[in-house]
Every structure is written in C-alpha cells, then in structure tokens.
Design a protein around this ligand. Sequence first.
Ligand SMILES: C[S@@+](CC[C@H](N)C(=O)[O-])C[C@H]1O[C@@H](n2cnc3c(N)ncnc32)[C@H](O)[C@@H]1O
Length: 230
Amino acid sequence: MTNSRWEILLDGLVKRALFWSPLRSYLLYKYRYAFTPAQLGRLTALATEAAAHPGDFCEIGCYRGYTTVWLNRHLDVVAPAKRYWAIDTFGGFVPADVAHEQQARGKDSAEDRRALDKFTVNSRRWFDRTMTLNGITRVTSHAAAVQDFAFPAGARFCYVLLDVDLYQPTKVALEKLWPLLSPGGVIVVDDCHAGHVYDGSRQALTEFCTARGLTFEVVELKLGVLRKEP
Ligand SMILES: C[S@@+](CC[C@H](N)C(=O)[O-])C[C@H]1O[C@@H](n2cnc3c(N)ncnc32)[C@H](O)[C@@H]1O
C-alpha cells in the first residue's frame, strides 16, 4: 500500500517530534533479541530441520514475541502449515520458582535478585497485537505457568524452544514436552551456560538427560539442543 504525500508528511512530523521528546527510545531501532545473530541463525536452522517432522512448534517463555516473530517469518517460507504455540505467564517468573532459585540454588545476590525480577512488564494482549502487527496468524498464545498448563490429548511437537530461565519450570516443561516430541524433533533449552544466574536451565536439562540416558549438546555458547532419534 502506498501512502499519500500528506500521510508521508504527517508521519515525518510525528517522528521528528518523537525524536526530540523523552519518547525517543520508542522511535529509534533497537536490537531487542535475547539471542546473538549466530544464535538466531542456529534456532532458524534447527527450525528448518525440525519442520520436516510431524507436529507443531512451541515456545515456552515467549515474553513479548521477538523470537516468535523471527521464527514465524521463517516458517512462512519453510513450513507455512505448521501451528505455533506460545506459552508464558505474561507476568514474569512464578514466585515459587524464584524462591527455589534463592533458597535452594543460592541465587540471592543483589544482581541475582534483579535478574529474578525481570519480564514483569508484559501482557498477552501486547503479544497478540505484536503477532497481528507482523501479519502472523499461526500463533496461539496461552497465558499460564507451564507447570499449570495441560496440553490437550493429541498435541504433538517437532520443535520446542524452552526459554523460562529457571530450574523448576525447565524441569517440568521437559517432563511434559519430551513425550509429545515427534521422532526427529528437537527441544532447544536456552541459557545452558554454566555459572550464570539462569543456569538452573542447564541443571534441569542435565538431570533430565542423565536420568533417561539421553545426550544433549550446547551450541553457540548457551543453546542446549536435545534431539529425539528419528
Ligand atoms: C527470557 S524470557 C523469554 C524470551 C523470549 N523467548 C524471546 O526470545 O524473546 C523468559 C520468559 O519466561 C516466562 N516464564 C518464566 N517462568 C515461566 C513459567 N513457569 N511458565 C511460563 N512462562 C514463564 C517469563 O514470563 C518471560 O517472559
């Protein structure tokens, strides 16, 4: 759709006004991904690989939808018929999960406490509108802690991005999602670098795999990749 001269003029005036206002940061482009370009590249390549197998895509811990938009733009090209589930509290961490990090895992420095208080400014409505703004229709959002979310009978996945940062929700999500993963499918667990406030993700993945005789690899510094044999 082309804009009229008046629309272009008005758009320019509004943007110039914004630039000189305290709202400048909302106007200027900012890299907002929690992943480096190399990590996004890896997530994208794994999505292509997984899309060859039966089942949907699922992101647990989707925050405001930055990576959701990225991956869905890719699915538009490689697998437009896939569905994409996006699950989040849309209000940050669950208090019991935070308490576990602080009390059982010793994550209680001032810096830890700041990290455990993130992601609270969010809303499912913002997420859904972000999908609409980007012309994405295959995503269904669910506002729930993964601990409380019951996947319906018949749910099947080929790709899961598990990005809830802490030990307890990662553990529960792995237990729920692994049986639903198709052979050939992949689960990617973010934050699998050691010695980090969010290293509970890696602990949960390690324990899960050890208990079942499975192996995972960590790629691009922090992406834990767990594949199900085809
Ligand atoms: C690092 S952010 C996700 C970033 C997102 N994947 C992206 O790439 O933009 C972590 C998200 O996990 C969500 N979260 C934390 N604990 C959760 C739980 N128990 N169940 C569901 N979502 C949870 C938070 O609300 C937050 O939005």
